[in-house]
Design a protein around this ligand. Structure first.
Ligand SMILES: [Zn+2]
Length: 127
């Protein structure tokens, strides 16, 4: 509980701390890269969703509605997802993987499958 900035009754706050190590795919060498995610956030609880929406633009902290009661595991999941890097990458890619890549680039490229078009799935939906 913390004193309210508006002079009303004290506000309920939640500090959420979490850390996780997830295995992502390095976008440079395509090998797994262990990526640490760290969450340390403060949330201020407000009465309901409408209050949260009304106050959201005017304050820096994150707001959570008390009703409906939020599922804290969902909140935690969202926070961890937001910490995911857009482009996961090794700081220094493992040399063995890089050696394998340059070896395959020197020859045998004809056997490589064509690059997957990420929009191909969308084209199917259009029909
Ligand atoms: Zn890498």
């Amino acid at each position: 509980m913390r004193a309210s900035t508006s002079g009303g009754p004290p506000d309920v706050w939640l500090q959420l701390e979490a850390d996780a190590l997830v295995s992502l795919t390095c976008q440079r060498c395509l090998a797994p890269v262990a990526t640490p995610l760290v969450v340390d956030r403060w949330f201020r609880f407000v009465a309901d969703e409408a209050t949260a929406e009304a106050q959201d633009d005017g304050c820096e902290e994150d707001l959570l509605a008390l009703e409906p009661r939020p599922n804290l595991l969902d909140v935690l999941e969202d926070e961890l997802l937001m910490e995911l890097p857009l482009v996961p990458m090794h700081e220094v890619c493992p040399a063995s993987v890089l050696a394998g890549l340059s070896a395959s680039a020197d020859g045998g490229d004809q056997d490589a499958p064509p690059p997957r078009n990420p929009f191909a799935a969308l084209a199917k939906l259009k029909k």
